[in-house]
Write a protein that binds this ligand. Structure first.
Ligand code: DSN
Length: 479
């Protein structure tokens, strides 16, 4: 990052001047965001810092082009440059992950998951129905057959990990469209170990008979055996869909290989680009050739027009992830998470599953007498940015929670290693020990009610600043 920083500093300074002339508050917010990101320990497991080439790629007139459809088959004229962008991004994604097919249009992880669901419904339900009825498209169906097909869509079943065990909203949670469009059954984790119980999962799947088995997580601190997941899916006739949004960087960086790499085992894989993969904010889908034609119908079936400027930045990020250095980065993310977990454990913090072997750590803060919300707020006051998260069977529900989720991708990008992460564990533990819940009117109305012992937040922020200053974000970039 450092070499190009002075050139980029000039570009950004001039660009912000241009923006300032139109809307100074926006130029101010952009500057202020850099100050905030530089000045806090970013431990949100789903966040990262994209490279300057990735960020710069997004600021272009590719944004101005409509390109609904797919490569070479657009609903608008003049898409030759977008075709190039999408082809390059897709080629990099295929090569990076060893996938048969890659679709880089989804605007976010949720959009990618919707494309995945759609593609499975199209492949498993729509196509065979059309074939049976001798129709080429749904336009060829009688009103009666069309209604019957629509009713069949509504009967389908999805089985994914429950939200409190670490699954994602889009894995069938009732407050997400996935829980409304499918009949849904969740699998949890073993109450003793906190780990996925594959035998129980198989028994549940035999009973529930899902069309789609979802593997993947946003708050499970362990690796998944995707070979076993595929066996279970095959045994019950389900399509295996893996949501690797959180750990795509660990797959790309060859930390998750063999049975821990979902790509050879899943029919469809969806992901984000901006978490451990360190690209721009966005999503993508990988699929076997069998599912590719239905994935390709993602826009306009599910998605609005592709964000061509972001697809271009995805191509740059995939290219970066194909460079040798990315594997060292990904390994460091996993190694640092272990150090962080061990640092917390030895200081008496309770961790869900007793540790981690991916990029995230889930703290159960109930032993400090705190809710996740109180802990999250106290840490934020001290310069440590985390997010509260449910723990399995959380008595505090999804709003207050009993947990705090932290991850290593962002600070590893800044250059933090084992020594720094051990200090981070010390700082987190210090804040949690110094925070007390307030249950009376003494708490500020509308805020999480807690109090931090005098001076602890300030001392923690000062210690964090030392670590941050020694590992600068976008060194040399001055605005
Ligand atoms: N926002 C993502 C996360 O934090 O894990 C999930 O959507």
């Amino acid at each position: 990052m450092a070499d190009s920083a002075s050139t980029v500093s000039q570009i950004y300074a001039q660009t912000l001047g241009v923006i300032e002339a139109v809307e100074p508050r926006i130029a101010g917010a952009i500057r202020s965001e850099l100050t905030d990101q530089r000045g806090s320990l970013k431990l949100i497991a789903s966040e990262n810092y994209a490279s300057l080439p990735v960020l710069l790629t997004m600021g272009s007139w590719l944004s101005d082009k409509y390109a609904e459809g797919t490569i070479g088959h657009r609903f608008y004229a003049g898409c030759q440059n977008v075709d190039t962008v999408e082809s390059v991004a897709s080629e990099h994604a295929r090569e990076l992950f060893g996938a048969e097919y890659a679709y880089v249009q989804p605007h976010s992880g949720i959009d990618a998951n919707l494309v995945a669901y759609w593609s499975i419904l199209a492949h498993r339900i729509e196509s065979p129905t059309l074939e049976r009825l001798g129709a080429k498209t749904v336009n060829d169906l009688s009103e009666e057959d069309w209604e019957a097909l629509r009713a069949t869509f509504n009967q389908q079943r999805v089985m994914g990990m429950s939200l409190d065990a670490g699954g994602h909203l889009t894995h069938g949670f009732r407050h997400n469209i996935s829980g409304k469009m499918f009949r849904q059954h969740s699998y949890g984790t073993n109450p003793e170990t906190g780990l996925i119980d594959y035998d129980k999962l198989l028994a549940d799947a035999r009973e529930f008979k899902p069309l789609i088995l979802v593997a993947g997580y946003s708050a499970y601190p362990r690796r998944v055996n995707f070979a076993r997941m595929r066996e279970i899916a095959d045994e019950v006739g389900a399509t295996l869909f893996v949501d690797m949004a959180h750990f795509a960087g660990l797959v790309a960086g060859k930390v998750f290989t063999g049975e821990e790499n979902p790509v050879p085992y899943a029919h469809v894989v969806a992901s984000t680009t901006h978490k451990s993969l360190r690209g721009p904010r966005g999503g993508f889908v990988l699929a076997t050739n069998e599912y590719a034609p239905s994935v390709d119908r993602g826009c306009p079936m599910v998605l609005g027009g592709p964000l061509s400027h972001v697809m271009a930045a995805k191509a740059v990020a995939f290219a970066e992830a194909r460079q040798q250095g990315f594997q060292s980065y990904a390994q460091a993310v996993a190694d640092n998470a272990k150090v962080l977990a061990e640092g917390l454990l030895k200081r008496g913090v309770t961790l869900v599953t007793g540790g981690t072997d991916n990029h995230l750590v889930l703290l159960d803060v109930s032993s400090f007498g705190l809710t996740g919300r109180q802990a999250e707020s106290a840490l934020l006051d001290s310069g440590v940015v985390t997010n509260r998260n449910s723990v399995p069977n959380d008595p505090n529900g999804a709003w207050y929670t009993s947990g705090v989720r932290i991850g290593t991708p962002a600070l590893t990008s800044r250059g933090f290693g084992a020594a720094e992460f051990d200090q981070v564990a010390e700082l987190i533990t210090g804040v949690l020990k110094a925070t007390s819940p307030l249950t009376t009117a003494a708490g500020t109305p509308g805020k999480a009610k807690y109090t931090i012992a005098d001076g602890v937040a300030e001392r923690t922020q000062a210690a964090a600043n030392e670590l941050l200053d020694a590992n600068p974000l976008y060194p040399g970039l001055e605005l």
